[in-house]
Write a protein that binds this ligand. Structure first.
Ligand SMILES: [Zn+2]
Length: 115
């Protein structure tokens, strides 16, 4: 296995370990380490890392079909998740709020107070 995939698996295992230990600050740090490493991988490497994880931990279960694992290529980091939301046209909560407030401002007033 390629070293970057071996490292991904090690970071993934570490995250699971601290998660099971309920080590909350450790979970944040471990997730950040995994996401940071995930960001350096290509889409196909990310998929390969998750396929390797699946085959290692569930050798008797068939890997999901390619169509279903397309999202396995998504980077875990916060910046990429935000970029995916933006490109999918799904606004973040603060954007939805801003949009609502702007619409309210643009609505004509029903009752004319100017006589
Ligand atoms: Zn990323």
């Amino acid at each position: 296995m390629a070293p970057n995939l071996v490292e991904w698996l090690a970071l993934y295992d570490h995250l699971n370990l601290v998660y099971r230990a309920r080590d909350h600050p450790g979970v944040d740090a471990a997730f950040l380490a995994l996401a940071t490493h995930d960001h350096t991988l290509t889409t196909s490497d990310r998929i390969a890392a998750r396929v390797a994880r699946w085959r290692r931990d569930a050798p008797h279960e068939p890997v999901p079909p390619e169509k279903e694992r397309a999202w396995w290529g998504h980077c875990l980091c916060r910046a990429c998740a935000a970029a995916r939301r933006a490109s999918a046209g799904i606004p973040a909560p603060w954007q939805r709020q801003q949009r609502t407030l702007q619409q309210q401002k643009l609505k004509p007033q029903r009752k004319g107070h100017r006589g």
